[in-house]
Design a protein around this ligand. Structure first.
Ligand code: BV8
Length: 228
């Protein structure tokens, strides 16, 4: 396809759905009868750290058994072809974009496979459980938490995202319900900056009205069709 110069792609849980990773909506946003919004918060961690650590240990283990799907593969191809002109901003905390071969991925909500030490503020690659309060690889203290942005916490690298949107010719949103801010507001920002906007999603989202074009269907079909 004849592509514009600079592309920003925003992905959400829908891009990993066909890899077998539950979206927030399909499970009804529930985990062990808890609303995700109630578990993915600093208050929940303060109130019941074991509940929150169990939630993330279970999901961290689960993603390590999943594989990228054709949507991740197509985006990795685009990343290789368009090195430096494509930025993949993902709301997802899995590593399927990277495992498909994408090199330039910005995890605005953090990553399951990182742990953040609340004592030394250091981040380390972490694939095991946190429930047993393991020692921080950097400082030895037992103060590791998931390196994931909870509700009410500031997403990562928003300046970089805004700058990339300002230089983009095309903004493509893939597999997101447009329910969570500030990510859900990026299509509006893009439009205000005169950027062409395209949505690829299984169903219409809360942001669909803002896109120049919306294509409905599974990401594993829509994304390769758009990329190739
Ligand atoms: C912030 C990491 C301040 C955790 C996530 C009251 C109190 C505090 C905050 C707020 C508040 N009210 C509003 C807010 C703001 C809040 C927010 O937006 N809340 C919502 C609920 C209203 N946002 C925040 O708190 C953010 N921080 O505001 O900080 C600030 C910020 C900026 C400037 C100044 C101050 C932090 C939000 C990040 C929270 N962490 N994830 C974890 O993963 O455990 S959010 C989490 O949920 C995901 O990362 C994702 O972002 C979101 C779910 O969204 P989606 O990815 O879209 O997934 P969803 O299931 O919803 O939709 C899937 C879509 O895929 C569907 O449309 C479906 O149709 C489609 N689909 C399904 N299958 C397929 C498919 N599409 C294609 N193919 C398929 N096969």
């Amino acid at each position: 396809m004849g592509k514009p110069a600079n592309i920003v792609v925003l992905t959400g849980a829908g891009v990993s759905a066909e890899s077998g990773i539950d979206t927030f909506r399909d499970g009804g946003g529930l985990w062990e009868q808890h609303r995700v919004e109630d578990v993915a918060t600093p208050e929940a961690f303060e109130r019941d750290p074991n509940l929150v650590l169990r939630f993330y240990d279970m999901r961290r283990a689960a993603i390590q058994t999943k594989l990228p799907n054709p949507a991740h593969d197509a985006l990795a191809r685009l990343d290789r072809e368009w090195r430096g002109k494509l930025l993949i901003v993902t709301q997802n905390v899995d590593d399927l974009h990277e495992r498909a071969g994408a090199a330039r991925v910005l995890h605005m909500h953090g990553e399951h496979l990182n742990a953040w030490c609340t004592y030394c503020d250091g981040r380390s690659r972490w694939t095991g459980p946190l429930i047993d309060r393991p020692a921080c690889p950097r400082c030895g203290s037992r103060a590791l938490r998931p390196d994931v942005v909870w509700f009410g916490e500031m997403p990562y690298r928003m300046d970089e995202i805004h700058a990339a949107l300002g230089e983009a010719d095309l903004f493509v949103s893939i597999g997101t319900s447009g329910a969570v801010y500030p990510a859900a507001g990026y299509v509006r920002l893009a439009r205000e900056m005169g950027v062409q906007t395209l949505e690829l999603n299984l169903e219409r989202s809360q942001g669909s009205a803002w896109f120049h074009e919306t294509r409905l269907g599974p990401a594993s079909e829509l994304v390769p069709a758009w990329v190739d």
